[in-house]
Design a protein around this ligand. Structure first.
Ligand SMILES: Nc1ncnc2c1ncn2[C@@H]1O[C@H](COP(=O)(O)OP(=O)(O)OP(=O)(O)O)[C@@H](O)[C@H]1O
Ligand SMILES: [Mg+2]
Length: 295
């Protein structure tokens, strides 16, 4: 494989439903090796759709209508589904939002980490078991052997998310998509899980696309930010710049809507309805031009 500067390139990605409704509009973003990019926006903005496009797990009714996705320089859209699956499995992994639905309730934890390594990546079973035990230890699970033999319901939500983090890091991926990995957990556990992901990320140098709706999390975990609204990139900048000098009014509104730890007395301000309306109107105009050029 030829060396490539970027771990991920998403280039002018457009995805849509069969009725023509656009879910992503010319989305571009890059991830360099070892970089953490936050993907932030409100519910329904299309954050998960970007992650799913990259990992090749879009719902069946959603199609890529235009654009390119390159994983370590390899064009994913030009591959056969089987090659694509293997390529993605070798380079990328997902930390999902809901640790309960992501685990099979009737199978023990061990095989759920070990089997993909054996079946998809062709590892020997003993190597895969050793790797699973090592990773469970690194996510600070006290008795990895016992946990391997447990069922998901025997573990707490935080433990289950640790297991999924271990599973994601096990194949040494160069890219991890973390899709709101702390949203389903309670607040104290959220902080531990965030710290753990950051720790493993720094240790392994894996690039992470970190999906969140929380600007506070963005500040803690990322070096770069992509701000998404209605499937369109509003702003793409280094995290520091986004907080010190946000360019787009929507980014400013998101920051203003984030309760600050330093400033708890400040009134909570949601994104103004007039701004949302204005942005939707502009996007509707863009969509007319977009489809007008084609039909
Ligand atoms: N299976 C599906 N079929 C059709 N439309 C879908 C499907 N899943 C999601 N959508 C729509 O696609 C858009 C983007 O959804 P997506 O799940 O990417 O949002 P999100 O930014 O991840 O939001 P959240 O923060 O709630 O997870 C939304 O308008 C949603 O209604
Ligand atoms: Mg989502």
């Amino acid at each position: 494989m030829k060396p490539h500067a970027h771990t991920l390139d998403v280039i002018k990605l457009n995805i849509a439903l069969p009725n023509g409704r656009r879910l992503l509009r010319d989305v571009s973003l890059t991830l360099e090796p070892g970089e953490v990019r936050a993907l932030v926006g409100e519910s329904g903005a299309g954050k998960s759709m970007i992650g799913k496009s990259v990992l090749g797990i879009l719902p069946p009714n959603v199609t890529i209508t235009e654009g390119e996705i390159l994983l370590e320089g390899q064009h994913l859209n030009m591959m056969t589904p089987a090659t694509r699956r293997k390529t993605v499995a070798q380079s990328a992994a997902l930390i999902p939002q809901d640790p309960l639905t992501a685990l099979n309730p009737v199978r023990k934890i061990g095989p759920q980490i070990v089997d993909p390594l054996v079946r998809i990546l062709g590892w020997s079973r003993s190597d895969a078991v050793a790797r699973a035990l090592d990773l469970l230890d690194r996510v600070h699970i006290r008795d990895p052997k016992r946990v391997m033999g447990s069922y998901p319901h025997e573990l707490s939500g935080g433990m289950r998310q640790r297991v999924l983090i271990a599973a994601a890091f096990a194949p040494s991926p160069r890219l991890i998509v973390a899709d709101e990995p702390t949203t389903a957990l309670d607040v104290t556990v959220q902080k531990q899980i965030l710290r753990l992901i950051r720790e493993l990320q720094q240790e392994t140098g894996t690039a992470v696309l970190f999906v969140t709706h929380d600007m506070g999390v963005v500040a803690k975990i990322s070096q770069k930010v992509t701000v998404l609204f209605a499937g369109k990139v509003m702003e793409d900048a280094p995290t520091r710049e986004v907080f010190t000098n946000p360019r787009h009014p929507y980014t400013r509104a998101l920051i203003a809507a984030t309760p600050s730890y330093a400033d708890l007395d400040r009134p909570f301000s949601p994104v103004p309805a007039a701004l949302i309306k204005d942005l939707h109107a502009r996007i509707a105009q863009d969509d007319m031009l977009y489809t007008g050029g084609r039909r």
